[in-house]
Design a protein around this ligand. Structure first.
Ligand SMILES: Cc1cc2nc3c(=O)[nH]c(=O)nc-3n(C[C@H](O)[C@H](O)[C@H](O)COP(=O)(O)O)c2cc1C
Length: 290
């Protein structure tokens, strides 16, 4: 998830029990043109491996060159983002917009597939809108272009994140291809993950928002309060060790605010955390109320 699933958060997820990790979306052109900000998004810690790096783009050659560089930097897989619904991304023909152009998507996948040896995966949505639900068609194209696995978030681009994720679309993709399909959408607990596997037959489950303020979701068991406190402290330590002070402060506020969910008076604590002027004050505002 953009601006959230950076190295510290991913490593904490892994330490809690997460399987393969995926980076946030990384702009292929920014990477190829040497943007320092984009290179920062592709940074990972060795303990995170196996990790897939996710690319965002629409130009086959630029995507292929970016994929080559990610592979050279040690990525265990490259994932193509065909699901991002954000207006400023789809207006450039990227993310979910790629699903509107199956021939263009096929050319991109063929070009990137040829450029790298590590697995190429793709993350798709159900389709563009309820008149063009083409996840199965796109998944079949991906399979025939040599893509190794697919993740399906079954809402359409028009749905963004509203309403329930229609898991039956995941089941249709599972039935439509032979490569492994990872299901994604609305999994908030281990029971939800098991229910998704039962309902769809998917080979794996990807969890996004359900891990915010709760990376222990990957543990698959109830985590006692003192262990949660240890995980939160570990996460904060990694944030401070990984970023410059300004970025670290933003990240601490964001994640500690998520960690307040479920606490009595969470809204008040969140306001205190966001209003705190320094990392020490953020830390104090959180732990005083924990
Ligand atoms: C703030 C935010 C940022 C996201 N960024 C990405 C991204 O960079 N790449 C991606 O594939 N999906 C991204 N997603 C979508 C999630 O990966 C996931 O498909 C979606 O949230 C549904 O799954 P969930 O219910 O488990 O969160 C993002 C979602 C949110 C809420």
């Amino acid at each position: 998830m953009a601006a959230i699933t950076n190295a510290p958060f991913r490593l904490v997820a892994r330490e809690c029990g997460a399987g393969p990790l995926t980076s946030e979306e990384i702009d292929a052109r920014g990477l190829v043109e040497g943007s320092a900000r984009t290179a920062e998004l592709a940074r990972y810690l060795p303990e995170e491996r196996p990790i897939a790096m996710q690319l965002l783009g629409s130009d086959p050659d630029v995507l292929a060159e970016a994929a080559r560089r990610l592979e050279a930097a040690g990525a265990d897989a490259v994932d193509l983002n065909m699901g991002c619904p954000v207006a400023k991304i789809v207006s450039k023909g990227q993310g979910a917009a790629l699903m509107r152009d199956p021939l263009g998507a096929a050319l991109i996948l063929r070009t990137v597939r040829k450029a790298i040896r590590v697995p190429l995966t793709v993350k798709i949505r159900g389709g563009w809108d309820d008149r063009t639900v083409n996840a199965v068609e796109i998944a079949r194209i991906a399979e025939s272009e040599g893509v190794n696995a697919i993740t399906v978030h079954p809402r359409t681009r028009a749905q963004q994140f509203s309403g329930l994720a229609p898991w039956e679309i995941i089941a249709s993709v599972v039935g439509g291809v032979r490569i492994p399909v990872t299901g994604n959408g609305d999994v908030r607990s281990h029971d939800d993950a098991r229910a998704m596997i039962r309902a769809t037959g998917c080979a794996a489950v990807m969890i996004g928002r359900g891990a915010l303020g709760a990376p222990w979701i990957f543990a698959g068991r109830a985590i006692p309060r003192d262990e949660k406190a240890r995980i939160i402290r570990r996460h904060c330590g990694l944030i401070q060790a990984s970023f410059d002070p300004r970025t670290a402060l933003v990240q601490l506020k964001k994640h500690l605010a998520w960690y307040t969910s479920g606490l009595p008076c969470a809204a008040r604590i969140r306001a205190e955390v966001f209003g705190a002027p320094s990392a020490a004050a953020v830390d104090d505002a959180f732990w005083r109320n924990w």
